[in-house]
Design a protein around this ligand. Sequence first.
Ligand SMILES: Nc1ncnc2c1ncn2[C@@H]1O[C@H](COP(=O)(O)OP(=O)(O)O)[C@@H](O)[C@H]1O
Ligand SMILES: [Mg+2]
Length: 323
Amino acid sequence: MTKPLLEIKELRTSFFTDDGIMPSVDGASLTVNEGEVVGLVGESGCGKTVMSLSVIRMIAHPGKIVSGEILFKGENLIEYSEEQMRKIRGSGIGMIFQDPLTSLNPVFNIADLMATPLMLHKKIDRKQAMALAVEMLAKVGIASPEKRIMEYPHQFSGGQRQRISIATALALNPSLLIADEPTTALDVSIQAQILDLLTGLQKELNTSMIFISHNLGVISGISHKVAVMYGGWIVEEAPVKELFTNPCHPYTKALLEAIPTIEGGDRRLKNLPGQPPTVGEVIPGCRFSSRCPDMIKGVCDTSPPADFITGEKHRVRCHLFVN
Ligand SMILES: Nc1ncnc2c1ncn2[C@@H]1O[C@H](COP(=O)(O)OP(=O)(O)O)[C@@H](O)[C@H]1O
Ligand SMILES: [Mg+2]
């Protein structure tokens, strides 16, 4: 589990809008080892999706990868041609999204949606592709897959659609799966089923995974290690148990306190007044300083903190740990 599969190094992806520049991912580094599940957590707007879309080079104008490296199996994807990237997307790195309707084109039936990429990437004929697609649909728990494969995305429930997008991504046997809030749009009862399904398949296929959520509770059961993102930075990273027992960054602590409970419903980030950074805002110090309960005036608001190693495999980007 210690061989790196994906190494994101000092990645910077910005949006150049009429209102100013938004450094959505602002020098973030993250490593995913073979067979490892990395949970990426942070409030809405912190840069999780932009970071994952950067990895598969799907950032559209006015966004641009400004600097950094994205090493996949040791090769820098930033230097890849569009044709090379097409091969990586799908068969190297698969992605599933929050709303499967955006990834499952409504004008095609499931047979076309699944068989076409399989034929292209695996160089197999339609009959073989259909057989593989049916097998994968059965694996993700779609009943009567031979019949249902002829139906269209809108004929399935939200949970079933997410099962189909998981089947579609995993049929190509990618080394890495990026699951971007795959359960956020689903009912709570269905969320647990999809999480179980993903965990089971990840173990069975030994696929590495980046599992993204805004909810630390969702991430805890599925991840080996957790990276906490805030304002385009990775502010803390640690093995999951370590993060829960010994959180260091004030933002991580606030997230832990805000994990929704079954009785209490969704709890707000109660100790955190204010808003995350916005477009055009220039922040000289720590991006979290304006909301941080432990902010040191003249330090945190004036210079950005560096990463600090607080323990084995545990790093935190916070001035409180530097001294
Ligand atoms: N197409 C876009 N144009 C301008 N800004 C964008 C665009 N997409 C994302 N951003 C900005 O980048 C930041 C990070 O967005 P995103 O990665 O989608 O957040 P998350 O997935 O963590 O909720 C947000 O502040 C958002 O406003
Ligand atoms: Mg997102």
